[in-house]
Design a binder for this molecule. Structure first.
Ligand code: CMX
Length: 470
């Protein structure tokens, strides 16, 4: 039965597409309510247009050179090398995240469901399309029982990120993409079961993430998904923290919005893309991407950030003074550690996501000492890093390219205020959100027929022999 419905789906969508085409082509008077298409319908309509555009871009510009690579870049994590395409969002060094042409702070009011729709289609959904996506999540939110068995069987001191990634991977057997692939499907159909897998995963991620929290930190029974409640508020509710005013749910919506995507080259997105490019399904690809997010130079920085802030407060017995902060910052740097939450591979200004969190904090928790410390750190650290960078340059080392805060510098203090004090858990929150970006990119890459990733590596011997001639 499930198999049959899998095969029938594309046909249903083709019929739907024809209906939508007719709807869009007909003339409407002002009194008529025109609903925007559901996510599936919108994509079915847009993908053929995007494919034509891509074919024309390749035909017109296929052999134009858009990037070069220096030896330093080859050794330096390919920083700045333009070698892949991502249409969901871009990160401008002087502006930060721009989702489908919309600077982040202009769309901070959007709920995560709307952000996912925007990432995928380039449009904001109307109320009908948003409600339809929420209903879709309601239908798919039930987490398979074996996931809980696996999580309960893991060592009690497992890192929450390891638990979360394992839960995603263990659900791989649910993949509709793999079922279709095994039966045989055309390349043109790849995106359809990838979207199915993505929706199935996204619907379950808040429940799994909340379950990881409750199991890992002995918080009692799991709290089920509430049908009719939005994705962000549902996640907040399933964590089980008190939220009498509803402002924690507000924070969660903002948090899930802000972390959703950061173009294609960052470790998590790039890993998900590379794994997915081998046609590994969404479960394999997202789990792999999140394993990258778990690194301290990437998503784990938010756990390290709050830990550094609390350490500072403990050392100085409360909100530290400017002089105390400078002293502790230099102590951190001279011991060979980084200041977590500061610096970025692409950004060269204060991360707008940090600015958005700071604004939320000022509105909702201005008198919280941890938040006050975060604000004080912002006044001091950029100057400290600048001075330290100059010292580094004098000593023949690379400068610190960006001394400003990134997304991780402030979010932890907000979570801490609402009682989410287990900071090793913070990257799981980041992951729930980032899954939207990774999955959007995966679906679009499947739709556009993006090739398997295979850059050329060269040996050091090759560099020594060829660089002088370059
Ligand atoms: N504190 C101390 N040193 C820093 C630093 C910081 N916050 N940011 C950069 N540097 C150092 C780098 O470690 C590097 O030193 P070495 O040459 O000795 O290795 C040097 O400055 C040059 O690095 P860069 O070109 O400025 O930055 P990169 O693109 O190499 O790295 C990042 C970017 C984010 C890894 C780095 O700034 C960092 O480690 N920051 C702290 C961790 C953090 O906040 N990570 C979260 C980033 C957001 C995310 O991706 O999730």
């Amino acid at each position: 039965m499930a198999e049959m419905s899998c095969r029938i789906l594309p046909i249903v969508w083709i019929i739907l597409r024809r209906m939508i085409d007719t709807l869009f082509q007909s003339r409407h008077d002002d009194s008529e309510v025109i609903h925007m298409a559901t996510l599936q319908e919108a994509l079915a309509k847009k993908i053929p247009v995007w494919r034509e555009e891509l074919a024309s871009v390749k035909k017109q510009y296929g052999d134009k050179v858009i990037s070069g690579v220096t030896v330093n870049q080859a050794y330096g994590g390919m920083r700045g090398v333009k070698g892949m395409i991502c249409d969901t969002s871009v990160v401008e060094p002087d502006k930060g995240l721009i989702i489908r042409g919309r600077p982040l702070l202009e769309i901070k009011h959007l709920w995560p469901e709307e952000i996912f729709y925007l990432l995928l289609t380039g449009d904001e959904p109307d109320a009908h399309a948003k409600a339809s996506l929420q209903q879709d999540y309601d239908k798919r939110a039930q987490v398979p029982e074996y996931v809980w068995d696996v999580l309960h069987a893991m060592p009690a001191d497992s890192h929450p990120m390891c638990m979360f990634d394992t839960a995603i991977l263990v659900m791989e057997k649910e993949s509709v993409f793999r079922q279709w692939y095994d039966k045989g499907m055309t390349k043109g159909e790849y995106w359809i079961p990838t979207l199915e897998d993505s929706l199935a995963l996204l619907a379950k991620l808040p429940g799994i993430a909340a379950g990881v929290y409750r199991i890992r930190y002995n918080k009692g029974d799991l709290i089920p998904w509430t049908p009719g409640l939005d994705w962000g508020a549902n996640y907040a509710n399933m964590l089980g923290l008190p939220d009498p005013t509803g402002s924690f749910a507000k924070l969660m919506r903002l948090y899930l919005n802000f972390h959703s995507d950061h173009e294609g080259g960052n470790v998590s997105a790039n890993t998900c893309h590379t794994v997915g490019s081998a046609l590994s399904d969404a479960y394999y690809a997202v789990s792999a991407g999140l394993n990258g997010l778990a690194g301290p130079l990437h998503g784990l920085a938010n756990q390290e950030c709050l830990s550094w802030i609390l350490e500072t407060m403990e050392k100085f017995g409360g909100v530290p003074s400017e002089a105390q902060l400078r002293e502790f910052a230099f102590e951190t740097l001279r011991s060979g550690k980084v200041i977590p939450g500061y610096g970025h591979a692409v950004l060269r200004v204060t991360d707008p996501r940090y600015a958005g969190f700071l604004e939320f904090g000022k509105e909702h928790l201005a008198s919280d000492p941890v938040f006050q410390t975060v604000s004080a750190v912002f006044d001091v650290i950029p100057k400290v890093l600048q001075e330290y960078s100059e010292e580094r340059v004098k000593a023949g080392k690379a400068p610190i390219a960006n001394c400003w805060p990134n997304v991780d510098a402030g979010s932890g203090a907000l979570l801490y205020h609402y009682g989410l004090t287990e900071f090793p858990y913070y990257t799981v929150l980041f992951s729930v959100s980032r899954a939207m970006g990774m999955l959007s990119q995966l679906i679009l890459n499947r739709a556009m027929g993006t090739a398997i990733t295979r850059p050329k590596s060269v040996s050091t011997e090759w560099v020594k022999a060829n660089a002088p001639k370059a």
